[in-house]
Design a protein around this ligand. Sequence first.
Ligand SMILES: N[C@@H](CCC(=O)N[C@@H](CS)C(=O)NCC(=O)O)C(=O)O
Length: 216
Amino acid sequence: MSLTLYFHPLSSFCQKALTALYEYGTPFTPLITNLGEEKSRADLLKLWPIGKFPVLRDDARDVAVPEATIIIEYLTAHYPGKPKLIPDDTARAWRVRLADRFYDLYVNEMMQKIVGDRLRPAGSKDSAGVEHARGRLKSAYDVIEKDMTSRKWAAGDEFTMADCAAAPALFYADLVQPFRATHGNIAAYYDRLKERPSFARAVEEAKPYFHMFPKE
Ligand SMILES: N[C@@H](CCC(=O)N[C@@H](CS)C(=O)NCC(=O)O)C(=O)O
């Protein structure tokens, strides 16, 4: 087995990569990375000096692949299962990539801003940044709500990379800015995502770490 995933089960971007790995059934070694632990952090920084996870190490090709989207692109090129999470057809592929960017940039990153602020010490809070993130998240919810009147999955009829991005992003976004009461189509879409065995497995594996999530 040549693949090792450096990750943490609680991390939304890591759950995105895990969901793809489980969809494909690709064998890999999971390596939990603890950024608070010196050796673990140093090992990650050696692979990817930015210090964010997930990072996929492929011994067979002697490469380290950072960024959840790029990991899924890499798996799709070299270790794909069926059906592919990024379609070969160019017209369908760009829609998948657009939806993937959308969920990363306007849902996941905004959710992270709100959660990250909860971890800041009193006196260093960024209330303007959080307010901006909440506004962006609200706009994103309105876009998804409209899209989901006619789609089963994030980019159409097939489960794709965009759904791997959407699932953990919506999971945590719902905790910081609930959508269930106001956005019925998102709630129904998220219910479908929860039933997907790949994502359900990632969530199950994160459960022992849920106590680390800052509630306020
Ligand atoms: N753009 C990156 C974002 C990855 C990311 O933000 N990872 C978070 C965990 S969800 C992280 O490593 N946080 C630690 C840090 O920023 O120091 C991706 O798509 O993989």
